[in-house]
Ligand binder design. Structure first.
Ligand code: ATP
Ligand code: MG
Length: 444
């Protein structure tokens, strides 16, 4: 197994060991080496105090970012590695971080403060695996289980609730029943976790191969920070186009989604506005008129609450807002949509629509899939022709419109939009002279 520790981390561990300080590989990489997967980063832990770590590693470049918490970041072979001093956490009184951190020299103490058994294994250069909490057995069985008493561990740090769900979704592991029960008992701990950290875990969770199953098992975890989801989880739909309730439909749609972040977020949130829009007609059939706009509003609110970046939020809101908008299979209509959304968002919208249809249940949405394929093919053909689609591509701009005598103000935008539409439908070429002539004509 040691042969697989590559030169970067090996160099750092050898330097530490050479100076008489124990050093081990820990965290995701140990899991990865044991099961052949490739996590992102390398975590190294050592008995050396942070200053000693720095001294051993000189003259390698060092970043002192987390020094107070015992973490030194060293660059080796051009990549950053986090080296953390063995520590035992003091009591946690705020449910977020320990009141104090004590550096220790005993590896087992350091492993005991780690969250799950599969994350509490350490590998030395000698190839010896330290596994005091049964991580290997849980790794082989595919189980996420807290180190020690799960209630206590979740009460120390509420982020661990979400980390459990995230590892379960990404590693395709089940959550041990005792750990699962403790998650359900400790939901209020999530209220203390910073929005950005919830967001980071949720993003990873949603991309996991088992995301759907985890959300089916633990909707209450998401509802804790997104109470807007509660009514969707409870929503029944008596409608010939749907086989499932609101949440089951959402999960079936999510199961069909590619591992693309904005598409998964949009699919997760596309129907969140259905409950307040529900009406039931005399025949007992439920309708949800106007729900896409309400879903978009709620999605905006929910993504803001978790402090998502503007780009992601705006894209997801657009996809949610348009998820049930009809796109006519004509060249003009497809070009107009491409102009309105841009290429990337247009194809993401087709994906969201595909998932929405697949989520309706066997035999219910499939007939629409061929139509979506056709729209995709039409868009690709239009793009291949190198047509002009957006205002940015138009051969004239606002300055030209002003120069033609249009008064500054909203009128400028309307004139440009009018020209763009004529170019999109082929009534005008995207040619500067032709567009300026059309402008003159309109003014005259
Ligand atoms: P990946 O890097 O693939 O996301 P990882 O297991 O390496 O997975 P990190 O977030 O990099 O996860 O953390 C490294 C290790 O630090 C974990 O394996 C775990 O042992 C410990 N750890 C991280 N966060 C916590 C936490 N909130 N509570 C307890 N231990 C934690
Ligand atoms: Mg890691």
């Amino acid at each position: 197994m040691t042969a697989r520790i590559p030169p970067g981390p090996r160099l750092l561990m050898e330097r530490l060991e050479g100076a008489g300080h124990e050093a081990h590989l820990v965290g995701g990489r140990v899991r990865g080496l044991l099961r052949g997967a490739e996590p992102q980063d390398w975590d190294i832990c050592t008995a050396a105090a942070p200053r000693e770590t720095e001294a051993c590693l000189a003259p390698l470049p060092i970043l002192e970012t987390g020094l107070r918490h015992g973490t030194v970041t060293a660059l080796a072979e051009g990549r950053p590695y986090e080296i953390t001093t063995y520590r035992a956490d003091g009591p946690y009184s705020d449910g977020r971080r320990p009141d104090s951190v004590r550096f220790v020299t005993d590896l087992t103490q350091d492993l005991a403060r780690r969250d799950f058994t599969v994350n509490a294994m350490a590998l030395g250069l000698d190839g010896v695996l330290h596994d005091p909490f049964g991580g290997q057995v849980d790794l082989a069985a595919g189980v996420i289980r807290c180190v020690g008493d799960p209630d206590r561990r979740f009460q120390e740090d509420g982020l661990r609730l979400l980390r459990a769900l995230r590892f379960s979704a990404c590693l395709d592991f089940a959550i041990h029943p005792d750990t699962a029960a403790a998650i359900r008992r400790n939901l209020p701990m999530l209220d203390k976790v910073a929005a950005e950290r919830v967001q980071a875990e949720l993003r990873k969770l949603l991309l996991g191969s088992r995301a759907t199953e985890v959300l089916r098992e633990f909707p209450e975890v998401l509802c804790r920070f997104w109470p807007q989801l509660g009514p969707l989880v409870a929503l029944e739909q008596h409608n010939p186009h749907h086989r499932y309730g609101g949440w089951e439909h959402t999960l079936h749609a999510l199961a069909a989604a590619p591992a693309e972040e904005v598409v998964r977020l949009a699919v997760l949130l596309h129907d969140v506005g259905k409950p307040p829009c529900k009406t039931t007609d005399e025949a007992g059939i439920d309708h949800f008129y106007g729900h896409a706009a309400v879903s978009a509003q709620l999605a905006d609110q929910m993504l803001r609450a978790l402090k998502f970046d503007t780009r992601t939020r705006e894209r997801v809101v657009t996809l949610v807002e348009r998820h049930d908008a009809p796109i006519h299979p004509t060249e003009k209509s497809v070009r107009r949509w491409l102009g309105r959304l841009g290429e990337e968002a247009f194809f993401q919208l087709l994906e969201v629509k595909r998932c929405d249809n697949l989520g309706k249940g066997p035999g219910l949405g499939e007939d629409r899939l061929a139509a979506l394929e056709t729209l995709g093919a039409m868009a690709r053909a239009a793009i291949a022709q190198g047509e002009c689609f957006s205002l940015r591509d138009l051969a004239v701009n606002g300055r030209d419109v002003l120069a033609a005598g249009v008064p500054a103000g909203p009128q400028v935008g309307r004139v440009l939009a009018g020209l763009l539409d004529r170019v999109i439908v082929g009534a005008l070429p995207n040619d500067r002279a032709a567009l300026l002539a059309a402008l003159e004509e309109e003014r005259g």
